[in-house]
Each structure stands twice: as C-alpha cells, then as structure tokens.
Design a protein around this ligand. Structure first.
Ligand code: PEP
Ligand code: MN
Length: 263
C-alpha cells in the first residue's frame, strides 16, 4: 500500500493566497478550452462573481481525435493568465509534454496533469522539479494506489504541492461519460495528507448531472471541485455537452454554500 508521506502533518497546498486543504473548499471553474480573449475574460468575471476561487482553462488540449480543436497553445495560456490577473484568480492549466513545462510554469499558477498523462513519468518528474502546485488527475483506468504512486514521482523531486483529482474512471457503465468514484475521497483522505478535489464535469459529461455530484463531493469530504463553464455552451470548441452556463454555475455555488466543509 502506498501512502504519500505526511510532511509536517499538513494537507494544505497554497496557490498564491488560496489555501486548498482541510477546512477549505476550492471552487475551480472556467472553460474546457481557452478560445478567445473575450471568452476567457467573460467567463473569469462571471465565475469570480459566483464564488470561484481558481480559474481553469485548457491551452493544450488532449483530444481523442487529432482533427478536433487542439487548443490555442501558449497564446491560450497567456490569455488565461491575463484573465486570472484581471479577476485576481490563480490559474490552472494542463501541460501535456515535458517541453511545455518551463514556459507554462512561467505564466500559470497550477500545472495540471491530465488523466491520459497520469503515468507519464518524465512529465511527472518535470512538474515536480518546478516546485509549483500540481493538479494531478487520476488516470481513467488507474487504481488509487497507482494515483498515489504517480504523486510520489512529483514528491520525489521535492515538490509536495499536489492536489489530487478524482475525475471519473472507465467502467462497464455507459449512461455517463465515466463513473465518478466518490469512494476514492474517503479512501484518499485516510491514505494521504494531500488534498483531493472532484471533477464531475469529465466524470458524467452531462451538464444537468454536474450540480448534484458537486454537492455529493463536498458532502463526502472533497477539498474542492473543478467544473467547466462557458458563456455559450452550444458554441464551445470542446466538451460542449458538459459545459455549464453562468446561471448553472451560480446555482451550483449557491447549493454548495449550504453544505458544510468537512474538516
Ligand atoms: C481537462 O480538465 O480539461 C481534461 C482534459 O480533463 P481530463 O484529463 O480529466 O480528461
Ligand atoms: Mn474538458
């Protein structure tokens, strides 16, 4: 059994002045992909107004088809950073390869490792070396042990600033995009000091089921959620079926505020 080392008994990760850990509930929101300055600015202001604490946005997109929108690359990352500064929200964005790490770390606050790269060990080592906060998503076919082993690669480079993310796993069930493994939350809370957030957007893949799962995640002890929000979901260049409208997102944060944070 792998148990990440408990350094100074704390499970908190600081992203600028945002604390992710026991007693706090992070709300990470933003579009699947950064598409334009107007889109990311509008979204940043809207999610901030509804209580988001971090801003997400993909610049490099891991798409199943090579013909699908691949993201705006570094230009997208710069736009995300600009929107983050304008709204005073720290930013989260995925890095897909070792060569992207240095340049992304220069403008993005939290480096995201996507589900498809959870066992890209060179990439894990590279983000580890930056010392920057990392959002490590569970591989869609990875066990909890394998997720923790992946976190160890980052820790082995001297970087303890890791936020784990349960984003749904592949099962025989086909009614949802993936199966959200909410039992991973209490298991991880027991097995590691690292904070764990839940991504219901990629887990269910359907807009109207995201809200209830955000609430469920908070109730079982998640340290936050990460959700996709778009000014006009039907126009989204990626993951349009799961994109929340600004109104959906406002409703979800209002519902979440009625659920106590597990300490
Ligand atoms: C994302 O968060 O944009 C994403 C691609 O997620 P995942 O790696 O969980 O599919
Ligand atoms: Mn997405």
């Amino acid at each position: 059994m792998i148990t990440a080392p408990c350094v100074s008994g704390s499970r908190d990760v600081f992203v600028q002045d945002v604390r992710v850990g026991d007693g706090y509930f992070a709300i990470i929101a933003g579009p699947c992909s950064v598409e334009s300055r107007a889109q990311i600015m509008q979204t940043a202001h809207a999610v901030k107004a509804s209580g988001a604490t971090l801003l997400r946005g993909g610049a490099f997109k891991p798409r199943t088809s090579p013909y699908a929108f691949q993201g705006l690359g570094y230009e997208g990352a710069e736009l995300l950073a600009e929107a983050g500064r304008a709204t005073d929200l720290p930013t989260v964005s995925e890095v897909m390869s070792v060569e992207q790490v240095e340049r992304m770390a220069a403008c993005i606050d939290v480096l995201q490792i996507g589900t498809r790269n959870m066992q890209n060990f060179d990439l894990l080592r590279a983000v580890g070396r930056t010392g920057r906060p990392v959002l490590l998503k569970r591989g869609m076919s990875a066990t909890i042990d394998e997720l923790l082993a992946a976190a160890e690669y980052i820790i082995a480079e001297g970087n303890q600033n890791i936020i784990l993310c349960e984003r749904g796993i592949r099962t025989f069930e086909s009614a949802t995009r993936n199966t959200l493994d909410l039992s991973a939350i209490p298991v991880l809370r027991e097995r590691t000091h690292l904070p764990v957030v839940v991504d219901p957007s990629h887990a269910v893949g359907v807009r109207r089921w995201i809200g209830p799962l955000c609430c469920a995640a908070k109730a079982v002890g998640a340290h936050g959620i990460i959700v996709e929000v778009h000014p006009n979901p039907s126009d989204a260049l990626s993951d349009k079926e799961q994109a929340l409208t600004f109104e959906d997102f406002a409703q979800i944060t209002a519902d979440l505020s009625r659920i106590p944070v597990m300490s």
